[in-house]
Design a protein around this ligand. Structure first.
Ligand code: NAP
Length: 321
């Protein structure tokens, strides 16, 4: 059942969000807008973020400790960088109420599952998750109540995740307007390595290479950036802490995909060296078809220039962890 704004489906009494940056604050906004919980509390390690949250008034309580935020919560969402999930779980584990459901939004699932699960008591449930929605901006001001609308939200239940908790969390995902998908942690990490992590690595690399080129000046790189480079710079502006953690925590899947990528790149290099236009044309036609399929599936807009002229909202939807 998918809830529409104005028809609240109150699934939880108290939702606690730990980490109120882009993703956490977006979640707080949509929980409030759609009335899916009676109350919402938040904690963030940053004093500045906690103060800003109080000004934004997007939740009922801003707590000064994670422990206080999760007290009495029947849903706890960890929205901190992947590398911090285990640390937070170690702090809150003992203070969870019986029957609480704990989830996270981390871009890597295997390592988060391994880091968090040991701290979740037997009378609570842990169901890892990952919304496939985001932007290159960070912090509570970057959040939006519609960030997850019609975007995939993947849950990766563990053998220890109770079925009723998976079901309730799935209903929560749909109630905030996202589309539910369920897969195992290993498969998630492989899929995201190629669809998200490698593209980010390529963007970081190409922007770094351009910045280091001695024969091309920095002002030329900026001046002539429209030739494809500009779109890489948008991705390469993504949060350094978040992406450092992604690569350190999804090492195996990223390395495997990177090997495949390098082999294919060597094939392209050879085609260019041998003047094999047919090979290049065949590949470029196949990739063009894939983009058409992504647009037809509703995951992208067909606007020219990546919808840049349509404002930030459509552009943001494509930079996601
Ligand atoms: P963000 O905007 O930087 O927000 C993260 C917040 O968590 C920051 O305010 C940070 O404070 C705080 N934090 C860090 N360690 C903490 C701790 N131990 N306890 C409490 N708060 C802590 O990052 P985000 O983009 O929302 O990403 C959050 C999570 O969502 C990450 O796991 C990421 O992989 C995942 N995700 C991101 C995207 C995306 O596109 N951005 C998409 C899907 C999923 P400081 O700044 O002071 O460290």
């Amino acid at each position: 059942m998918t809830a529409q704004a104005g028809q609240p489906v109150r699934l939880f009494k108290k939702v606690a969000v730990i980490g109120a940056g882009l993703i956490g604050s977006s979640l707080l906004r949509v929980v409030k807008e759609r009335g899916v919980a009676t109350s919402a509390s938040a904690y963030d390690a940053s004093d500045a973020v906690r103060n800003r949250l109080r000004e934004l008034a997007i939740c009922d309580t801003v707590s000064d400790t994670a422990r206080e935020a999760v007290e009495g919560a029947d849903l706890v969402v960890l929205a901190v960088p992947v590398g911090a999930c285990g640390t937070v779980a170690a702090i809150i584990g003992k203070h969870l109420r019986a029957g609480a459901i704990v989830t996270d939004v981390g871009s890597v699932k295997g390592s988060v599952a391994a880091d968090v699960a040991p701290y979740i008591p037997e009378n609570a449930a842990f169901v890892p998750g990952h919304p496939i929605a985001g932007a290159e901006r960070s912090g509570p001001d970057a959040g939006r109540g519609d960030l997850f609308a019609n975007r995939w939200w993947i849950l990766t239940p563990l053998d220890t995740s109770p079925l009723d908790a998976v079901d309730k969390l799935g209903r929560f995902v749909e109630a905030i307007g996202a589309e539910l998908e369920i897969m195992d942690t290993e498969h998630h990490d492989m899929v995201l390595a190629i669809t998200s992590h490698i593209p980010h690595l390529i963007a970081y690399n190409i922007v770094g290479t351009a910045a280091d080129l001695e024969s091309v000046t920095k002002s030329e790189v900026i001046k002539f950036s429209a030739g494809g480079f500009r779109d890489f710079t948008r991705i390469a502006a993504s949060d350094p802490t978040m992406w450092r953690d992604v690569f350190l925590n999804n090492r195996e899947a990223v390395l495997e995909m990177l090997t495949r990528f390098s082999e294919d790149l060597t094939g392209l290099r050879k085609a260019i060296r041998l003047g094999d236009g047919e090979m290049l044309h065949k590949l470029f036609s196949r990739t063009r078809k894939i983009r058409r399929e992504i647009i037809e599936s509703g995951q992208e807009v067909a606007a020219p220039d990546f919808g840049r002229d349509q404002g930030a909202a459509s552009g943001d939807a494509k930079a996601e962890g």
